[in-house]
Design a protein around this ligand. Structure first.
Ligand code: CTP
Length: 444
């Protein structure tokens, strides 16, 4: 019996896929089809896939050509599969000619002529799911958004708004988009808004954007008061709009892998999470001079609290802040101690004190450790009582990482809620509550 294998994403299954599978089946007696997992697609930078893995598998099954369907999870899997399934022929479309010649050491390789004038990419464009995005704010983070958004198909950055007209115009010119003089004109030009302005302005901009019927992706910290977060999420939900807090770590594939391993029982029950993120800022920068909203906690607190909330939950018993202040009274270094019935969380952030930035998750059987920059997770280790027993995990982290967050935001807009768990509304509310408690304790 001749066994054939082929791989693909098979998104929005089309005639090209059908014809490829038909001919692949004709090459032998038994056809195995590898369908890429969502994580694998993300990790290799394919961020525009519309159908879920389950739908893509079901569509391949319905063609009737596959005798067996497997999931492709990682780049090194193909050779392993060929050996495991005793494959005689590996085949893919002619767009891949040469790319899989290395497989000739293990089986025959056949490149089948690609069907002309059809691809998932073309269908995505025809579906007109292009979301027009406008940016409010022209600072450093806004600068990073545009090149990253270009990598996510289905989204197009159209315009920018900044009450300071000159800044908006400079930004627009640099990125070849339009600058809007008024918010009214701005809202007419967009379907969704990315807010990258100083923290304290987020609430008003989010509110106005939602009231104009726009989806919102807002930089962290989304808001600085619990009641504001609750109100905005309530409004978004009743008006069927997406409101999304942009903590990019939450959407990073490596961080999600880390959470999966930590929760899998490998290290036992989780008892302690320690997260530290410090970044020495120029003392003249807004982060260290804004008397009301500056400081280390408002700037970095969302990152360090994220793994604690994700791994120990939202129902803490007590939260305490210890602060080292600069001469102007702002927190240069903050330690947040969070007590749970069965665990402890310690989050540390600093703008004026440098420390070892690491994430440590301690459990009853072992611990997990990710070094800085763990907030862009690409590598972590699991250790046990025996110091020689170490498991190593890695995951790709591409570019600035904002692309993962933008891609999840777009998925949510398009009605695919599968990424909602990565940062839930209630977690965002807890983060706003934490910011509020801190600012109150600091008499700000
Ligand atoms: N394929 C084909 N003819 C097409 C499109 C795809 O023969 N017109 C083949 C590819 O060469 C590959 C398989 O179908 O062997 C799965 O391809 P996939 O990447 O899922 O499809 P595309 O339509 O190329 O997807 P995209 O536009 O997202 O790259």
């Amino acid at each position: 019996m001749k066994r054939v294998i082929t791989y693909g994403t098979f998104d929005l299954l089309h005639e090209g896929h059908y014809r490829l599978l038909e001919r692949a089946k004709e090459l032998g007696d038994y056809l195995i089809v590898g369908v890429t997992s969502e994580n694998y697609d993300k990790a290799r930078g394919k961020l525009n896939v519309i159908d879920s893995l389950a739908t893509r598998i079901e569509n391949v099954r319905k063609t009737g050509f596959a005798d067996e369907i497997i999931v492709e999870e990682s780049p090194g899997q193909k050779v392993q599969d060929v050996k495991k399934y005793r494959v005689d022929i590996f085949t893919v479309g002619s767009d891949w000619v040469g790319a899989f010649d290395y497989m000739k050491d293990y089986c025959d390789v056949v490149y089948l002529e690609r069907t002309k004038n059809i691809s998932s990419t073309m269908l995505r464009v025809q579906n007109k799911r292009i979301q027009r995005v406008g940016i409010i704010g022209t600072g450093r983070i806004a600068e990073r958004f545009i090149p990253e958004a270009k990598l996510v198909s289905g989204i197009n950055t159209q315009v920018v708004y900044n009450p300071h007209k000159e800044s908006a115009e400079r930004f627009a010119q640099k990125w070849e988009i339009d600058a809007c003089d008024t918010l009214e004109i701005f809202y007419e030009a967009v379907d969704a808004v990315y807010i990258a302005t100083p923290h304290e302005t987020h609430y008003d901009y989010i509110k106005a954007s939602l009231e104009h019927g726009k989806h919102v992706l807002c930089e962290k910290p989304m808001v600085l008061k619990k009641a504001q977060a609750e109100e905005l999420f309530r409004y978004a939900r009743t008006h069927e709009l997406i409101l999304f807090e942009g903590i990019k770590t939450a959407y990073c594939p490596g961080f999600n892998k880390l959470l999966g391993v930590a929760c899998s029982g490998t290290i036992g029950a989780i008892r302690n999470v320690e997260a530290c993120f410090t970044k020495l800022e120029n003392p003249a920068n807004r982060e260290l001079t804004d008397p009301l909203y500056g400081g280390s906690l408002t700037e970095l607190g969302s990152y360090v609290m994220l793994p604690i909330l994700k791994l120990l939950g939202e129902d803490y018993e007590d939260i305490r802040f210890d602060v080292i202040r600069g001469e102007n009274g702002l927190d240069l270094f903050t330690k947040i101690s969070v007590r749970y019935p069965k665990g402890i969380g310690t989050a540390t952030c600093g703008l004026g004190v440098k420390s070892e930035g690491r994430l440590l998750v301690a459990g009853t059987k072992g611990y997990l450790i990710a070094e800085a920059p763990w907030w862009k997770t690409s590598y972590f280790e699991v250790h046990y009582e025996n110091p020689l027993e170490v498991e190593k995990y890695s995951e790709r982290f591409l570019g600035d990482g904002l692309r993962y967050e933008i891609s999840d935001f777009l998925s949510m807009i398009n009605g695919r809620k599968s990424s909602e768990f990565k940062l839930t509304r209630s977690e965002s509310v807890v983060l706003a509550d934490m910011m509020e408690r801190f600012l109150q304790a600091e008499n700000r």
